[in-house]
Design a protein around this ligand. Structure first.
Ligand code: ACO
Length: 428
């Protein structure tokens, strides 16, 4: 295969280098195009066809339904690893030895206390505030309490920021939920493992002994692993682009949390459950909602269906569907919402509209059902997604800094007014 692509612009031919990735994906390098053509750029709103970086973290093949972190299949990781091992793998590139994992967790625990003044910020939010807004604000506020985390010019400084946020973020997640529920804020128990501690911090009641449920711990481990990274999605691209200005890690993550909040991205897990509830309240008529989703004059979309890159199936959805069955079975939960979800899935998989557009259930179609069975409030679902995505965002931010990537600054095609004379206010 030739290692260049030829592009003809205004009768002049330009040879553009082809770049090949380790999985034989090919990209046309257009870096020099603008200079060579005297100003011609490429345009691709939504970046449907544009690679923003080279990355060695996550590989996904949307046609074949493949997802791998650092070369390991998502199926293996979800089955065999714990969340903290996967976090280490994503951030540092290799599965940790026992010693490396122990040290990583010890360093995280050593930095997990959140300044007590952050409580005052938590107190200032109304109980009705959306947890994603609260989480994004608290994550941003952490910079003020840890100013050294901004200047990360050495690997050591970077490591310190990483363990700080891995330790403090679960506390913020738990506080966000406890504030909403009027529960006292808690620091958990650093004798527990990472995921166990998250659950205890979230659910411990002041007047009851807390009893750990292993089914829930296993399920949360799996959910967090499935969400841990997904290459250059909206929130990850946001983290990388904010970080590319050399804003600190916490500020970059806060921006990523805001990006994740939207219903077309991480907010879909909340939207799915609200949609399933609405269908149940409306008598459970899935056909009616299928028709609405297909009606172009109706803005309704079947939430949890479709994905920008998975056009055959989302491998995470397969794992999570099985996990939902297991968790609900193990916990003895009978949830009519699950039957509605299964009914919708069956109809969509055989419906021409969905088949032709390659719209399949995505990871969020089933995650909300598991979160609900765990007792997590619906508007906390996207917060749980953020907790899972944290190591991915960190890994991508760290990679961007270590590769010394330039500041992210896209170009545009201007379609506004040409130069016109200024009009005095009385003449407008
Ligand atoms: N319900 C009904 N129709 C849909 C849906 C849906 N969920 N998703 C896409 N379509 C239709 C579109 O109307 C469009 O139809 P057209 O070609 O006749 O105009 C076609 O399928 C292609 O849709 P696009 O929006 O162009 O696809 P894109 O790749 O830009 O969007 C997205 C992907 C945003 C995920 C979309 O499928 C969607 O809105 N899904 C529902 C929200 C959701 O579940 N988001 C979670 C994504 S996963 C995650 O972030 C973890």
């Amino acid at each position: 295969m030739s290692n260049t692509a030829t592009l003809e612009v205004n009768g002049q031919k330009h040879e553009l280098p082809l770049v090949t990735g380790t999985e034989n994906e090919v990209a046309i390098d257009v870096k020099a195009l603008r200079g060579a053509t005297g100003g011609v750029i490429t345009i691709d709103p939504g970046y449907k066809n544009t690679g923003s970086c080279e990355s060695g973290i996550t590989f996904l093949d949307g046609e074949k339904g493949i997802l791998r972190y650092r070369g390991y299949s998502i199926e293996d990781l979800a089955e065999k690893a714990c969340f903290l091992e996967v976090a280490y793998l994503l951030i540092f590139g290799e599965l940790p030895t026992k010693e490396q994992l122990d040290k990583f967790y010890a360093d995280i625990k050593a930095k997990s206390v959140v300044d007590d003044d952050v409580r005052k910020i938590v107190d200032a939010f109304p109980k009705t505030a959306h947890p994603m807004g609260v989480l994004s604000s608290l994550t941003s506020a952490l910079t003020a309490f840890n100013p050294s985390s901004v200047n990360v010019d050495s690997e050591e400084a970077m490591y310190n920021s990483v363990v700080k946020i891995m330790g403090k973020f679960p506390v913020l997640v738990a506080w966000t939920m406890r504030k909403q529920q009027g529960l006292p804020l808690d620091y958990g128990d650093s004798n527990l493992d990472y995921v166990e501690n998250v659950l205890k911090m979230m659910f411990k009641k002041p007047n009851e002994e807390y009893v750990q449920n292993d089914i829930i711990v296993r399920a949360l481990n799996k959910l967090l692993i499935l969400h841990a990274d997904h290459e250059q999605n909206c929130s990850t691209s946001t983290v990388r682009i904010v970080g590319s200005s050399h804003a600190g890690l916490f500020a970059s993550l806060s921006a990523g949390i805001s990006a994740l909040w939207g219903p077309l991205h991480g907010g879909a897990n909340q939207a799915v459950l609200e949609m399933l509830e609405a269908i149940k309240e409306d008598g459970g008529d899935t056909k009616k909602y299928m028709a609405k989703a297909k009606d172009k004059s109706d803005p309704f979309r079947l939430m949890g269906f479709g994905h920008r890159v998975y056009k055959n199936f989302d491998p995470r959805a397969r794992i999570i569907k099985k996990a939902a069955d297991e968790v609900l079975g193990d916990l003895g939960v009978e949830d009519p919402i699950l039957d509605i979800a299964k009914g919708l899935e069956q109809e969509a998989l055989t419906d021409d509209y969905f088949v032709q557009r390659k719209l399949y259930p995505n990871v969020d179609f089933y995650s909300g059902i598991i979160y609900r069975a765990m007792g997590i409030p619906v508007d906390m679902f996207t917060v749980m997604f953020a907790l899972g995505r944290l190591p991915g965002w960190i890994a991508q931010w760290r990679e961007m800094r270590l590769r010394k990537e330039p500041i992210g600054r896209p170009r545009q095609l201007y379609i506004g007014e040409n130069l016109r004379p200024f009009k005095d206010i009385e003449n407008r």
